[in-house]
Design a protein around this ligand. Sequence first.
Ligand SMILES: [Zn+2]
Length: 124
Amino acid sequence: MSQAALPSYSTTLWRGFRSRCPRCGTGKLFRRFLKVADNCPACQEAYHHHRADDLPAYLLILVLGHILVPLIVTVELLYEPPYWLYVSLWLPATVVLAVGLLQPIKGMVVALQWRMGMHGFFRG
Ligand SMILES: [Zn+2]
């Protein structure tokens, strides 16, 4: 695929966020929850050489921190709820957001590596 035929960065990232192949946008990027497929089932683009490593987890912490901390501080300042309410509200919210966002964030990292031609995605 030539550089001119590549999708835009925003399209690539959106496809990765939706856990779809960044090249064709239809094939699934993951074969299991966090296991990237070796190849796209639709267009056969190879993804086995991605190197997402720990970046998705770091980005997840960054995103969750910016979502949850302002909410927690705002609720504390406005309502001063009891601690049992904190545990029953924020702990499940954190778990649900973490599990729900980890695959989309990893998809975006792999898609960005693919779009930039990093590591094994190099298109000389
Ligand atoms: Zn594909």
